[in-house]
Design a protein around this ligand. Structure first.
Ligand SMILES: [Zn+2]
Length: 485
Protein backbone atom coordinates (compact mmCIF):
# COMPACT_ATOMS: atom_id res chain seq x y z
CA UNK A 1 0.00 0.00 0.00
CA UNK A 2 2.92 2.36 0.71
CA UNK A 3 4.70 1.63 -2.58
CA UNK A 4 1.75 1.48 -4.94
CA UNK A 5 -0.79 3.59 -3.04
CA UNK A 6 -1.10 7.20 -1.87
CA UNK A 7 0.06 8.19 1.63
CA UNK A 8 -1.19 11.24 3.57
CA UNK A 9 1.67 11.50 6.03
CA UNK A 10 0.19 14.24 8.23
CA UNK A 11 -3.36 13.24 8.99
CA UNK A 12 -4.97 14.34 12.26
CA UNK A 13 -8.06 13.97 14.40
CA UNK A 14 -9.33 17.49 15.16
CA UNK A 15 -11.82 16.94 17.98
CA UNK A 16 -12.00 15.79 21.60
CA UNK A 17 -12.00 12.97 22.69
CA UNK A 18 -9.95 10.55 20.55
CA UNK A 19 -11.89 7.40 21.43
CA UNK A 20 -13.10 4.43 19.37
CA UNK A 21 -16.71 5.43 18.63
CA UNK A 22 -16.11 9.06 17.57
CA UNK A 23 -13.12 7.82 15.52
CA UNK A 24 -15.01 5.20 13.53
CA UNK A 25 -17.85 7.68 13.04
CA UNK A 26 -15.54 10.53 12.00
CA UNK A 27 -13.86 8.44 9.31
CA UNK A 28 -17.10 7.35 7.65
CA UNK A 29 -19.21 10.51 8.14
CA UNK A 30 -16.47 13.05 7.31
CA UNK A 31 -17.84 14.85 10.32
CA UNK A 32 -17.17 15.71 13.97
CA UNK A 33 -18.94 14.81 17.25
CA UNK A 34 -20.66 18.25 17.37
CA UNK A 35 -22.53 17.24 14.19
CA UNK A 36 -22.63 13.42 13.99
CA UNK A 37 -23.52 13.14 17.69
CA UNK A 38 -21.19 10.31 18.72
CA UNK A 39 -19.37 12.33 21.40
CA UNK A 40 -17.73 9.35 23.11
CA UNK A 41 -18.05 5.60 23.53
CA UNK A 42 -20.37 6.45 26.42
CA UNK A 43 -21.83 9.78 27.41
CA UNK A 44 -24.43 11.36 29.70
CA UNK A 45 -27.57 11.94 27.64
CA UNK A 46 -29.47 14.80 29.28
CA UNK A 47 -32.88 14.02 27.74
CA UNK A 48 -32.73 10.50 29.19
CA UNK A 49 -31.05 11.60 32.43
CA UNK A 50 -28.69 8.64 32.13
CA UNK A 51 -25.37 7.36 30.85
CA UNK A 52 -25.74 5.77 27.45
CA UNK A 53 -23.47 3.55 25.35
CA UNK A 54 -23.11 4.76 21.76
CA UNK A 55 -24.77 1.81 19.98
CA UNK A 56 -26.82 0.21 22.78
CA UNK A 57 -30.44 -0.21 21.65
CA UNK A 58 -32.84 -2.14 23.88
CA UNK A 59 -35.54 -2.01 21.20
CA UNK A 60 -33.67 -4.62 19.14
CA UNK A 61 -32.61 -8.19 19.89
CA UNK A 62 -29.47 -10.21 19.30
CA UNK A 63 -29.32 -12.31 16.13
CA UNK A 64 -27.03 -15.35 16.36
CA UNK A 65 -26.81 -15.36 20.14
CA UNK A 66 -29.12 -14.64 23.02
CA UNK A 67 -27.05 -12.32 25.19
CA UNK A 68 -27.44 -8.56 25.52
CA UNK A 69 -24.22 -8.20 23.46
CA UNK A 70 -26.45 -8.13 20.37
CA UNK A 71 -28.73 -5.28 21.43
CA UNK A 72 -27.04 -2.71 19.22
CA UNK A 73 -27.88 -0.36 16.34
CA UNK A 74 -26.76 3.00 14.89
CA UNK A 75 -29.84 4.84 16.28
CA UNK A 76 -27.78 7.51 18.11
CA UNK A 77 -25.82 8.45 14.99
CA UNK A 78 -27.29 11.71 13.68
CA UNK A 79 -25.81 11.86 10.15
CA UNK A 80 -25.36 9.56 7.16
CA UNK A 81 -22.10 7.72 6.52
CA UNK A 82 -20.35 7.32 3.17
CA UNK A 83 -21.87 3.81 3.05
CA UNK A 84 -25.39 5.29 3.35
CA UNK A 85 -24.56 7.73 0.54
CA UNK A 86 -23.37 4.90 -1.70
CA UNK A 87 -26.68 3.09 -1.09
CA UNK A 88 -28.63 6.32 -1.74
CA UNK A 89 -26.70 7.01 -4.96
CA UNK A 90 -28.10 4.00 -6.82
CA UNK A 91 -31.43 3.34 -5.20
CA UNK A 92 -29.93 0.90 -2.69
CA UNK A 93 -28.44 -1.52 -5.22
CA UNK A 94 -25.01 -1.33 -3.53
CA UNK A 95 -24.44 -3.70 -0.64
CA UNK A 96 -22.73 -2.31 2.46
CA UNK A 97 -21.59 -4.43 5.40
CA UNK A 98 -19.64 -3.42 8.52
CA UNK A 99 -17.39 -5.83 10.44
CA UNK A 100 -15.43 -5.54 13.70
CA UNK A 101 -14.87 -7.37 16.95
CA UNK A 102 -16.19 -4.24 18.71
CA UNK A 103 -19.89 -3.64 18.04
CA UNK A 104 -19.35 0.11 17.59
CA UNK A 105 -16.50 -0.56 15.13
CA UNK A 106 -18.83 -2.51 12.82
CA UNK A 107 -22.09 -0.59 13.27
CA UNK A 108 -21.14 3.10 13.10
CA UNK A 109 -19.11 2.93 9.83
CA UNK A 110 -21.77 0.92 7.99
CA UNK A 111 -24.42 3.54 8.84
CA UNK A 112 -28.20 3.48 9.01
CA UNK A 113 -29.17 1.79 5.76
CA UNK A 114 -26.51 -0.95 5.86
CA UNK A 115 -27.41 -4.43 4.68
CA UNK A 116 -25.65 -5.75 7.75
CA UNK A 117 -23.23 -5.09 10.55
CA UNK A 118 -21.55 -8.00 12.32
CA UNK A 119 -19.63 -7.95 15.56
CA UNK A 120 -18.09 -10.53 17.83
CA UNK A 121 -19.76 -12.02 20.88
CA UNK A 122 -17.05 -12.75 23.48
CA UNK A 123 -19.53 -14.86 25.46
CA UNK A 124 -20.18 -17.43 22.72
CA UNK A 125 -17.23 -16.86 20.36
CA UNK A 126 -19.65 -16.22 17.49
CA UNK A 127 -20.08 -13.37 15.02
CA UNK A 128 -23.52 -11.90 15.55
CA UNK A 129 -25.86 -9.11 14.46
CA UNK A 130 -29.14 -7.61 15.66
CA UNK A 131 -32.80 -7.50 14.56
CA UNK A 132 -32.12 -3.92 13.38
CA UNK A 133 -30.52 -5.55 10.31
CA UNK A 134 -32.02 -9.04 9.93
CA UNK A 135 -34.17 -11.80 11.42
CA UNK A 136 -31.54 -14.54 11.26
CA UNK A 137 -27.90 -14.95 10.25
CA UNK A 138 -27.13 -16.06 6.66
CA UNK A 139 -26.30 -19.79 6.46
CA UNK A 140 -22.68 -19.08 5.49
CA UNK A 141 -22.14 -17.12 8.73
CA UNK A 142 -23.57 -19.94 10.83
CA UNK A 143 -21.18 -22.27 8.99
CA UNK A 144 -18.26 -19.90 9.73
CA UNK A 145 -19.24 -19.77 13.42
CA UNK A 146 -19.48 -23.56 13.59
CA UNK A 147 -15.82 -23.87 12.51
CA UNK A 148 -14.72 -22.41 15.89
CA UNK A 149 -11.46 -21.00 14.54
CA UNK A 150 -10.92 -19.22 17.89
CA UNK A 151 -10.14 -22.52 19.59
CA UNK A 152 -7.27 -23.21 17.17
CA UNK A 153 -5.74 -19.74 17.57
CA UNK A 154 -5.77 -19.98 21.38
CA UNK A 155 -4.49 -23.58 21.44
CA UNK A 156 -1.41 -22.50 19.45
CA UNK A 157 -0.45 -19.88 22.11
CA UNK A 158 1.33 -16.63 21.19
CA UNK A 159 5.02 -16.60 20.46
CA UNK A 160 6.83 -13.92 18.45
CA UNK A 161 6.52 -14.46 14.70
CA UNK A 162 10.24 -13.70 14.15
CA UNK A 163 13.18 -14.46 16.43
CA UNK A 164 12.74 -12.25 19.51
CA UNK A 165 16.22 -10.72 19.00
CA UNK A 166 14.94 -9.14 15.77
CA UNK A 167 12.46 -6.89 17.62
CA UNK A 168 14.73 -3.87 17.77
CA UNK A 169 11.93 -1.30 17.73
CA UNK A 170 10.66 -2.23 21.18
CA UNK A 171 11.68 -2.32 24.85
CA UNK A 172 12.92 -5.58 26.38
CA UNK A 173 10.14 -8.04 27.11
CA UNK A 174 9.72 -8.05 30.89
CA UNK A 175 8.55 -4.65 32.15
CA UNK A 176 6.58 -3.87 35.30
CA UNK A 177 4.45 -1.32 33.44
CA UNK A 178 2.96 -3.92 31.08
CA UNK A 179 -0.21 -5.78 32.05
CA UNK A 180 -0.36 -9.58 31.99
CA UNK A 181 -3.13 -11.98 31.06
CA UNK A 182 -5.07 -13.49 33.97
CA UNK A 183 -2.89 -15.88 36.06
CA UNK A 184 0.21 -15.20 33.93
CA UNK A 185 3.30 -14.59 36.13
CA UNK A 186 5.04 -12.10 33.88
CA UNK A 187 4.06 -10.19 30.71
CA UNK A 188 6.53 -12.12 28.55
CA UNK A 189 6.67 -14.42 25.53
CA UNK A 190 5.72 -17.17 25.03
CA UNK A 191 2.23 -16.15 26.14
CA UNK A 192 0.63 -19.50 27.02
CA UNK A 193 -2.87 -18.50 25.94
CA UNK A 194 -4.13 -22.08 26.28
CA UNK A 195 -3.34 -21.95 30.02
CA UNK A 196 -4.90 -18.55 30.74
CA UNK A 197 -7.89 -18.93 33.08
CA UNK A 198 -10.31 -16.90 31.00
CA UNK A 199 -12.78 -17.90 28.30
CA UNK A 200 -10.81 -18.24 25.03
CA UNK A 201 -13.64 -16.36 23.28
CA UNK A 202 -13.00 -13.26 25.37
CA UNK A 203 -9.22 -13.75 25.52
CA UNK A 204 -8.71 -13.71 21.74
CA UNK A 205 -9.78 -10.04 21.56
CA UNK A 206 -6.56 -8.97 23.32
CA UNK A 207 -4.25 -10.96 21.03
CA UNK A 208 -3.17 -10.32 17.42
CA UNK A 209 -5.27 -13.35 16.44
CA UNK A 210 -8.40 -11.26 16.99
CA UNK A 211 -7.35 -9.34 13.85
CA UNK A 212 -6.55 -12.56 11.97
CA UNK A 213 -9.97 -13.92 12.87
CA UNK A 214 -11.60 -10.63 11.74
CA UNK A 215 -9.98 -10.97 8.29
CA UNK A 216 -10.97 -14.68 8.12
CA UNK A 217 -14.53 -13.51 8.73
CA UNK A 218 -14.31 -10.60 6.25
CA UNK A 219 -13.15 -13.01 3.52
CA UNK A 220 -16.09 -15.27 4.26
CA UNK A 221 -18.51 -12.29 4.01
CA UNK A 222 -17.03 -11.22 0.66
CA UNK A 223 -17.49 -14.75 -0.64
CA UNK A 224 -20.86 -15.46 0.99
CA UNK A 225 -22.40 -12.14 -0.11
CA UNK A 226 -20.59 -12.12 -3.52
CA UNK A 227 -19.43 -8.60 -2.74
CA UNK A 228 -17.73 -6.68 -5.54
CA UNK A 229 -18.86 -9.08 -8.23
CA UNK A 230 -22.47 -8.04 -8.76
CA UNK A 231 -22.04 -5.33 -11.41
CA UNK A 232 -22.41 -2.54 -8.84
CA UNK A 233 -20.08 -1.00 -6.23
CA UNK A 234 -20.24 -2.69 -2.80
CA UNK A 235 -18.66 -1.38 0.42
CA UNK A 236 -17.23 -3.52 3.23
CA UNK A 237 -15.84 -1.80 6.34
CA UNK A 238 -13.35 -3.86 8.33
CA UNK A 239 -12.06 -2.66 11.67
CA UNK A 240 -9.19 -4.41 13.47
CA UNK A 241 -10.06 -4.01 17.14
CA UNK A 242 -7.29 -6.16 18.60
CA UNK A 243 -4.46 -3.69 18.04
CA UNK A 244 -6.29 -1.44 20.52
CA UNK A 245 -6.78 -4.18 23.13
CA UNK A 246 -3.13 -5.29 22.85
CA UNK A 247 -1.95 -1.66 22.95
CA UNK A 248 -3.93 -0.94 26.13
CA UNK A 249 -2.36 -3.96 27.84
CA UNK A 250 1.28 -3.61 26.86
CA UNK A 251 1.88 -0.05 25.55
CA UNK A 252 3.15 1.06 22.12
CA UNK A 253 6.81 0.25 22.76
CA UNK A 254 6.24 -3.39 23.75
CA UNK A 255 7.38 -6.42 21.77
CA UNK A 256 3.74 -7.50 21.93
CA UNK A 257 2.64 -4.45 19.95
CA UNK A 258 5.53 -4.72 17.47
CA UNK A 259 4.65 -8.37 16.87
CA UNK A 260 0.95 -7.53 16.54
CA UNK A 261 1.71 -5.02 13.76
CA UNK A 262 4.06 -7.42 11.94
CA UNK A 263 1.22 -9.95 12.04
CA UNK A 264 -1.36 -7.33 11.02
CA UNK A 265 0.81 -6.41 8.02
CA UNK A 266 0.74 -10.06 6.91
CA UNK A 267 -3.02 -10.31 7.55
CA UNK A 268 -3.53 -7.25 5.31
CA UNK A 269 -1.30 -8.80 2.64
CA UNK A 270 -3.37 -11.97 2.75
CA UNK A 271 -6.61 -9.95 2.55
CA UNK A 272 -5.39 -7.94 -0.48
CA UNK A 273 -4.29 -11.18 -2.16
CA UNK A 274 -7.79 -12.53 -1.52
CA UNK A 275 -9.33 -9.44 -3.14
CA UNK A 276 -6.95 -9.83 -6.13
CA UNK A 277 -8.18 -13.41 -6.56
CA UNK A 278 -11.88 -12.71 -6.12
CA UNK A 279 -12.63 -9.13 -7.23
CA UNK A 280 -9.46 -8.69 -9.29
CA UNK A 281 -6.50 -6.34 -8.94
CA UNK A 282 -7.46 -2.80 -9.95
CA UNK A 283 -11.16 -3.45 -9.39
CA UNK A 284 -11.21 -2.44 -5.75
CA UNK A 285 -10.37 0.64 -3.73
CA UNK A 286 -8.96 0.33 -0.21
CA UNK A 287 -8.23 2.95 2.39
CA UNK A 288 -6.53 2.38 5.73
CA UNK A 289 -6.63 4.69 8.74
CA UNK A 290 -7.08 4.62 12.52
CA UNK A 291 -9.70 5.77 14.99
CA UNK A 292 -6.95 7.08 17.32
CA UNK A 293 -3.38 6.50 18.47
CA UNK A 294 -2.09 6.01 22.02
CA UNK A 295 0.33 7.45 24.56
CA UNK A 296 3.42 5.71 25.84
CA UNK A 297 2.96 3.82 29.12
CA UNK A 298 3.57 6.09 32.10
CA UNK A 299 6.27 3.74 33.45
CA UNK A 300 8.06 3.83 30.10
CA UNK A 301 8.04 7.64 30.13
CA UNK A 302 9.39 7.74 33.69
CA UNK A 303 12.15 5.28 32.79
CA UNK A 304 13.35 7.68 30.07
CA UNK A 305 12.87 10.96 32.00
CA UNK A 306 9.90 11.90 29.80
CA UNK A 307 6.96 13.67 31.44
CA UNK A 308 3.74 11.80 32.09
CA UNK A 309 1.41 10.76 34.92
CA UNK A 310 -1.88 9.03 35.68
CA UNK A 311 -5.21 10.56 36.72
CA UNK A 312 -8.45 8.81 37.60
CA UNK A 313 -11.73 10.22 36.29
CA UNK A 314 -13.51 8.35 39.10
CA UNK A 315 -11.45 10.19 41.73
CA UNK A 316 -11.90 13.52 39.94
CA UNK A 317 -15.65 12.91 39.99
CA UNK A 318 -15.69 12.27 43.74
CA UNK A 319 -13.45 15.30 44.32
CA UNK A 320 -15.60 17.62 42.17
CA UNK A 321 -18.75 16.60 43.99
CA UNK A 322 -17.23 16.91 47.43
CA UNK A 323 -15.71 20.38 46.89
CA UNK A 324 -19.03 21.60 45.48
CA UNK A 325 -20.90 20.05 48.42
CA UNK A 326 -18.60 21.98 50.76
CA UNK A 327 -18.94 25.30 48.91
CA UNK A 328 -22.68 25.15 48.01
CA UNK A 329 -23.84 22.92 50.85
CA UNK A 330 -25.51 20.55 48.41
CA UNK A 331 -24.43 17.03 47.45
CA UNK A 332 -25.00 15.55 43.99
CA UNK A 333 -24.22 18.63 41.87
CA UNK A 334 -21.85 16.49 39.76
CA UNK A 335 -23.53 13.77 37.71
CA UNK A 336 -20.43 12.32 36.12
CA UNK A 337 -16.86 12.92 34.98
CA UNK A 338 -16.61 11.29 31.57
CA UNK A 339 -14.77 12.01 28.29
CA UNK A 340 -12.51 14.36 30.31
CA UNK A 341 -15.55 16.51 31.08
CA UNK A 342 -17.51 17.32 34.22
CA UNK A 343 -21.26 16.85 33.74
CA UNK A 344 -23.28 18.97 36.16
CA UNK A 345 -26.76 18.31 37.54
CA UNK A 346 -28.67 21.20 35.91
CA UNK A 347 -31.99 20.20 37.52
CA UNK A 348 -30.53 20.30 41.03
CA UNK A 349 -28.65 23.54 40.32
CA UNK A 350 -31.86 25.24 39.13
CA UNK A 351 -33.99 23.76 41.93
CA UNK A 352 -31.45 25.06 44.46
CA UNK A 353 -31.52 28.50 42.80
CA UNK A 354 -27.76 28.40 42.14
CA UNK A 355 -26.28 29.96 39.03
CA UNK A 356 -24.77 27.36 36.66
CA UNK A 357 -22.04 29.90 35.89
CA UNK A 358 -21.03 30.14 39.58
CA UNK A 359 -20.78 26.37 39.90
CA UNK A 360 -18.61 26.14 36.77
CA UNK A 361 -16.40 29.04 37.92
CA UNK A 362 -15.79 27.35 41.24
CA UNK A 363 -14.75 24.10 39.55
CA UNK A 364 -12.47 25.92 37.10
CA UNK A 365 -10.74 27.65 40.00
CA UNK A 366 -10.48 24.45 42.02
CA UNK A 367 -9.02 22.18 39.32
CA UNK A 368 -6.79 24.74 37.60
CA UNK A 369 -3.79 23.84 39.73
CA UNK A 370 -4.55 20.14 40.14
CA UNK A 371 -1.84 17.60 39.23
CA UNK A 372 -1.96 16.45 35.61
CA UNK A 373 -4.46 19.17 34.61
CA UNK A 374 -3.31 21.80 32.10
CA UNK A 375 -6.49 23.83 31.65
CA UNK A 376 -10.08 23.79 32.88
CA UNK A 377 -12.56 25.30 30.44
CA UNK A 378 -16.22 26.27 30.45
CA UNK A 379 -17.40 24.53 27.27
CA UNK A 380 -19.90 27.29 26.52
CA UNK A 381 -17.19 29.95 26.66
CA UNK A 382 -14.57 28.36 24.43
CA UNK A 383 -14.62 31.44 22.16
CA UNK A 384 -13.92 33.85 25.04
CA UNK A 385 -11.06 31.78 26.53
CA UNK A 386 -7.40 32.14 25.61
CA UNK A 387 -6.56 28.90 23.86
CA UNK A 388 -4.43 27.78 20.95
CA UNK A 389 -6.29 27.55 17.64
CA UNK A 390 -5.84 23.78 17.76
CA UNK A 391 -7.40 23.41 21.24
CA UNK A 392 -10.29 25.70 20.32
CA UNK A 393 -10.93 23.77 17.10
CA UNK A 394 -10.91 20.42 18.92
CA UNK A 395 -13.24 21.66 21.68
CA UNK A 396 -15.67 23.34 19.25
CA UNK A 397 -15.76 20.23 17.11
CA UNK A 398 -16.77 18.17 20.11
CA UNK A 399 -19.45 20.27 21.77
CA UNK A 400 -23.05 19.12 21.45
CA UNK A 401 -25.41 20.35 24.21
CA UNK A 402 -27.43 17.44 25.55
CA UNK A 403 -24.58 14.97 25.07
CA UNK A 404 -21.50 16.93 26.24
CA UNK A 405 -20.37 17.89 29.72
CA UNK A 406 -20.17 21.44 31.11
CA UNK A 407 -16.50 21.80 32.01
CA UNK A 408 -13.54 20.38 30.07
CA UNK A 409 -10.51 19.07 31.95
CA UNK A 410 -7.61 19.41 29.52
CA UNK A 411 -4.94 16.96 30.70
CA UNK A 412 -1.24 17.79 30.54
CA UNK A 413 0.59 15.97 27.70
CA UNK A 414 1.17 12.26 28.37
CA UNK A 415 -1.28 12.28 31.28
CA UNK A 416 -3.44 9.16 31.16
CA UNK A 417 -6.81 8.37 32.59
CA UNK A 418 -6.74 5.26 34.76
CA UNK A 419 -3.98 3.14 33.17
CA UNK A 420 -1.10 2.71 35.65
CA UNK A 421 0.01 -0.30 33.60
CA UNK A 422 -0.34 -0.37 29.83
CA UNK A 423 -1.75 2.75 28.25
CA UNK A 424 -4.74 4.63 26.84
CA UNK A 425 -5.77 7.47 24.51
CA UNK A 426 -8.38 10.22 24.34
CA UNK A 427 -6.45 13.54 24.29
CA UNK A 428 -5.76 15.85 21.34
CA UNK A 429 -1.98 15.52 21.60
CA UNK A 430 -0.05 14.17 18.61
CA UNK A 431 0.42 10.64 20.01
CA UNK A 432 -3.39 10.24 20.09
CA UNK A 433 -4.37 12.28 17.03
CA UNK A 434 -1.70 11.76 14.35
CA UNK A 435 -3.12 8.82 12.42
CA UNK A 436 -2.07 6.88 9.30
CA UNK A 437 -3.99 7.40 6.07
CA UNK A 438 -3.35 5.33 2.94
CA UNK A 439 -5.36 4.88 -0.24
CA UNK A 440 -4.71 2.08 -2.70
CA UNK A 441 -6.20 0.60 -5.86
CA UNK A 442 -9.04 1.67 -8.15
CA UNK A 443 -8.93 5.36 -9.06
CA UNK A 444 -5.88 6.10 -6.86
CA UNK A 445 -2.76 7.80 -8.24
CA UNK A 446 0.34 6.57 -6.33
CA UNK A 447 2.20 9.24 -4.34
CA UNK A 448 2.23 11.02 -1.01
CA UNK A 449 1.73 14.41 0.60
CA UNK A 450 2.84 16.09 3.81
CA UNK A 451 -0.02 18.62 4.00
CA UNK A 452 -2.13 18.74 7.10
CA UNK A 453 -5.04 16.45 6.32
CA UNK A 454 -7.81 15.46 8.69
CA UNK A 455 -9.79 12.33 9.45
CA UNK A 456 -12.83 14.26 8.14
CA UNK A 457 -11.26 14.38 4.65
CA UNK A 458 -11.52 10.61 4.13
CA UNK A 459 -15.28 10.35 3.43
CA UNK A 460 -15.47 13.29 0.97
CA UNK A 461 -12.41 11.90 -0.85
CA UNK A 462 -14.08 8.50 -1.21
CA UNK A 463 -17.24 10.34 -2.36
CA UNK A 464 -15.21 12.20 -5.02
CA UNK A 465 -13.63 8.95 -6.23
CA UNK A 466 -17.04 7.28 -6.46
CA UNK A 467 -18.66 10.45 -7.87
CA UNK A 468 -21.40 10.39 -5.24
CA UNK A 469 -22.72 12.85 -2.64
CA UNK A 470 -20.66 13.25 0.53
CA UNK A 471 -22.32 12.29 3.87
CA UNK A 472 -24.88 14.90 5.00
CA UNK A 473 -22.91 16.22 8.01
CA UNK A 474 -19.55 16.26 6.21
CA UNK A 475 -17.11 19.05 7.14
CA UNK A 476 -13.98 17.65 5.42
CA UNK A 477 -12.41 18.41 2.05
CA UNK A 478 -11.33 16.24 -0.88
CA UNK A 479 -7.65 15.21 -0.87
CA UNK A 480 -7.14 16.06 -4.54
CA UNK A 481 -3.60 14.77 -5.05
CA UNK A 482 -4.60 11.13 -5.08
CA UNK A 483 -7.33 11.33 -7.72
CA UNK A 484 -6.42 9.84 -11.10
CA UNK A 485 -7.52 12.46 -13.64
ZN1 LIG B 1 -8.75 1.98 23.19
Amino acid sequence: MLDQGYACENTYINYFPSYTAPGHTGIYTGSVPAVHGIVGNDWYQRAQKSLVYCTKDTSVRSVGGDSAVGQQSPHRLLTTTICDELRLSNNFRSKTIGIAIKDRGGILPAGHSANAAYWYDGVTGKWISSTYYMKSLPAYINAFNDKKTVDTYIKNNWNTLLKISEYWESTEDDKWYESSYANEDKPVFEHMLSKVKQSPYELIKATPFGNSMTFDFAKSVIKGDTMGRRGVTDFITVSCSSTDYVGHMFGPNSIEVEDSYIRLDRDIESFLNYLDETVGKGNYLVFLSADHGAAHAVGFNQEHHLPGEVLFEKKLEAEADSVLAFRFERKGLVLKVINQQIVLNHDLIHASKFELHDVKEFLIEHFSNAPGIQRVIDLEEVQQTTLTDWQRECLNNHYLPGRSGDVQLVFKPATLDDFQKGTTHGTNYAYDTHIPLLFYGWGVKPGKNYNKNYMMDIAPTIAALLKIQEPNGCVGKVIKGLLKE
